[in-house]
Write a protein that binds this ligand. Structure first.
Ligand code: PBG
Length: 325
């Protein structure tokens, strides 16, 4: 490839040739919309650290689901905010067949059966300690947590969830969940595993949204060390063997190398989660007039796709679809 025979600018000189030679583009098919739900009636509360993003009560959620559907978005990932008096060490409320998560799943599948409903499986929103597993002597104990997580996944499947998404990072939880679903005849309920989930500061705004910050310590004994790369492949390969259908990397933007590396080491689809802090950073800079929000949003997500993500969970999903359609 020699200058002047090769001049790269020839393919950049007009919108037409740029479009023809473009490698990646964004589509509504790419996105999973995270949805925050709370108790009560007629609630639509903006999350302070996530401007433009809201928690809905079941009634106002209907309008939001219709909008998501009309925009051509095809999948939602549900999270619920649990009031303090329903939190305990065992995540008992998570297994309530009439709990907020279970009611939400039923309502959404009722009104929009085609929408792929995915649910977060982890104990933190239900835990009085804000940890993803069971706490004993200030330790997050692995195997007893897996039993609860498997029952939680089953409860979501019974309510009608299409995919369960374990985000807890306990060892062996995908295996336990798959076995529990199979034994109960939920052969077609899929598992989107948060395989390479890092102990990241970028989850801060999300923990505000759900009031789920850890009450003591941090999540470094179960979420991954941001300094590690090969370990992500190990996590992903184990989840694949245990029965995961989709492997997720999270956060996305600061971990593009991980998305790429995991993709090269599996035949499963790869999901990436552009997390709350990634959203908040762009929103904050745009508010100051320091970044163009629209362009920053599109570029950040395109980078995630280019790194190898087959699907992207993003708080920008609706805005992106409005922009590209
Ligand atoms: C719960 C969970 C978290 C996120 C998704 N599921 C928070 C955490 O692990 O502390 C973060 C999502 C985001 O920041 O957007 N286990």
């Amino acid at each position: 490839m020699n200058y002047p025979a090769t001049r790269n600018r020839r393919l950049r000189q007009s919108n037409a040739i740029r479009a023809l030679s473009r490698e990646y583009s964004l589509s509504p098919d790419d996105f999973i919309v995270p949805v925050f739900i709370e108790e009560g009636k007629n609630q639509k509360n903006e999350i302070a650290s996530m401007p433009g993003y809201y928690r809905y009560s079941l009634d106002t959620l209907k309008t939001e689901i219709n909008l998501i559907n009309e925009l051509g978005l095809k999948s939602v990932l549900l999270f619920v905010k649990v009031p303090d008096h329903k939190k305990d060490n065992f995540g008992k409320e998570a297994l309530n067949s009439d709990g907020l998560m279970q009611q939400s799943i039923k309502m959404i599948k009722d009104m929009a059966p085609e929408l792929c409903v995915m649910t977060d499986v982890a104990m933190d929103p239900y835990s009085e300690f804000g940890h993803d597993g069971l706490v004993e002597n200030k330790q997050i104990v692995n195997d007893p947590s897996n039993k609860i997580l498997a029952n939680m996944a089953l409860s979501h499947a019974q309510a009608g969830a299409d995919f369960v998404a374990p985000s807890d990072m306990m060892d062996g939880r995908v295996k336990m969940i798959r076995e529990k679903l199979e034994v109960n005849n939920f052969h077609n309920t899929g598992i989107l595993a948060y395989s390479a989930k890092y102990a990241s500061c970028f989850y801060g705004p999300f923990r505000d949204a759900l009031d789920s910050a850890p009450g003591f310590g941090d999540k470094k004994t179960y979420q991954m060390d941001p300094a590690n790369s090969r370990e992500a492949v190990k996590e992903a390969q184990m989840d694949e063997l245990e029965g995961a259908d989709i492997l997720m990397v999270k956060p996305a933007g600061p971990y593009l190398d991980i998305i790429n590396k995991v993709k090269e080491n599996t035949q499963l689809p790869i999901a990436a989660y552009q997390v709350s802090g990634e959203y908040a950073m762009i929103k904050a800079a745009a508010k100051q007039g320091w970044l163009n929000e629209k362009n920053a949003m599109l570029e950040s997500v395109l980078g995630i796709k280019r790194a190898g993500a087959d699907m992207i969970a993003s708080y920008f999903a609706k805005d992106i679809v409005k922009e590209i359609s």
